[in-house]
Ligand binder design. Structure first.
Ligand code: TRP
Length: 454
């Protein structure tokens, strides 16, 4: 278990690179690998990529730095961080803990599907099938009652074991192994993909800016994707920042995390779209692309089952490093605020979140008729409440808190470690955090809520 450090039993990152890899591990997840390529395709390819990168640099970096700063300053979980600075703001952090709970419950169900596909790729089921059967294979898996719950348990179990072992001995170590491996695997897949005959169509699709396909709606898609992909808006980066030493250079760290996440999203697009085009498939939508189209693509490729295995292992690593950050947000809350031991908090919350995920899994099959919000079953309701309500609300309140309540002067003192590190962009950051980010997030939020209740 964790050695106690200057912050007592909370734990601390062992190295600066350890923190950056863990935070990048949180950010790089299913959002980068299936959602980004699909959104880019839908919204004018290169046009989306350019706008996405601009929003990352302006708002993604701004909010990332604000969250990490709040965490390092207070050395507390999301709830505790707000509460120690302003007693009546604790609930904002509490909403973040709730969002982490909800996201992990359905994220782990999807993580379970990925585990099942790794096994399918090893046993050869993926290479033998007729490509047309992949849709049925996926449908049969997720609508089954018991099997997906077993895989959901396996995925949650792996998440539990890592978080149980603490900050430097568990989360940091796991990320130090999985993130570099993930990077190597995605490079291998990108090279394979772009060297296929007919790959250039996919690259054109991804990189040719077609602004006629880029609408106001695309802009909002890009903004929402930036927040989800960077793990912002629920105190994940507050929690990870709270285990940082006081001498870390925060602007530099925030920039590295943001750049790693964006590079992996682009690499995922490069690994996936050319292959999809080369074999004459359409870039489908959502889970379909990852679990139906890609296995069909791999089955047509020489040595396809090896590439399928590499791909699903990569997705598993990406999903696991994100899942541990979600569980850590919840665990840190119980450790700091309720003085639970890490072991008790991790086991209890992993079990409770697992159980919360059961209806999400069943809503793909036997419970598919039950709706909680208009037209949305358990799975979609969890996703909607967390991603479209709690995250934007949390991000907006975070900017208001750092920009206006706690104040940018105190924040800048923390950011520069009391003047030790230069931060030339300080005036721009202050402007972005006080005005641009909260207003932009408010717009995403209103749109999301309007869509469902119209
Ligand atoms: N960023 C992850 C992805 O791209 C998901 C994720 C992990 C997340 N932690 C989060 C999203 C916190 C929002 C908030 O898949």
């Amino acid at each position: 278990m964790e050695k106690s450090s200057q912050t007592g039993t909370r734990g601390q990152w062992g190295s600066k690179i350890g923190f950056i890899l863990a935070a990048a591990g949180s950010a790089v997840g299913l959002g980068n690998i299936w959602k980004f390529p699909y959104l880019a395709g839908k919204n004018g390819g290169g046009a989306f990529v350019v706008v996405y990168i601009l929003i990352v640099l302006l708002m993604g970096f701004t909010v990332m730095l604000a969250e990490i700063t709040l965490g390092r300053h207070t050395q507390l979980n999301a709830f505790g961080a707000y509460r120690t600075l302003r007693r009546n703001w604790g609930w904002v952090g509490g909403l973040g803990v709730l969002a982490g709970f909800l996201i992990l419950s359905f994220y782990s169900v999807v993580g379970g599907w990925v585990v099942s596909y790794i096994i399918k790729s090893v046993t050869g089921v993926l290479s033998q099938s007729n490509p047309e059967l992949f849709g049925d294979m996926f449908g049969t898996l997720i609508s089954n009652t018991v099997t997906p719950l077993l895989y959901h348990a396996i995925f949650m179990g792996m998440t539990l074991v890592i978080v149980f072992r603490g900050i430097s001995g568990g989360i940091e170590k796991a990320n130090k192994i999985m993130m570099p491996t993930l990077f190597i695997m995605i490079i291998i897949l990108s090279i394979r993909s772009v060297t296929l005959q007919g790959a250039s169509k996919g690259l054109q699709f991804l990189f040719t800016p077609d602004f006629s396909q880029f609408t106001a709606r695309s802009f909002l898609d890009a903004m929402g994707q930036v927040f989800f992909s960077l793990s912002l808006g629920m105190g994940c980066m507050i929690t990870y920042g709270s285990y940082l030493r006081k001498d870390t250079n925060l602007p530099q760290s925030a920039l590295s995390i943001v750049l790693i996440d964006t590079s992996i999203a682009l690499l995922a697009g490069i690994a996936i779209l050319p292959a999809v085009f080369a074999f004459g498939f359409e870039p489908g939508q959502g889970p379909g692309l990852m679990f139906v189209t890609l296995p069909a693509v791999f089955s047509k490729m020489p040595l396809g089952s090896i590439f399928a295995f590499i791909f699903f292992l990569l997705v598993l690593f990406a999903a696991l490093t994100s899942a541990i950050s979600l569980l850590e947000v919840v665990v840190a809350y119980f450790v700091d605020q309720w003085k639970w031991s890490r072991a008790a908090a991790t086991i209890t919350m992993a079990v409770v979140i697992y159980l919360a995920g059961v209806p999400a899994s069943l809503s793909m099959g036997v419970w598919s008729d039950i709706t909680l919000l208009p037209g949305l079953g358990f799975f979609d309701t969890y996703d909607f409440i967390a991603s479209n309500v709690l995250l934007p609300l949390g991000g907006m309140l975070l900017c208001i808190f750092v920009g206006w309540v706690w104040g940018t002067k105190k924040a800048l003192y923390e950011i520069t470690s009391g003047g030790r590190h230069a931060f030339g962009l300080a005036p721009i950051w202050v402007f972005l955090v006080k005005f641009i980010s909260p207003i932009a997030i408010l717009i995403i939020f209103i749109r999301s809520v309007a869509v469902i209740f119209q």
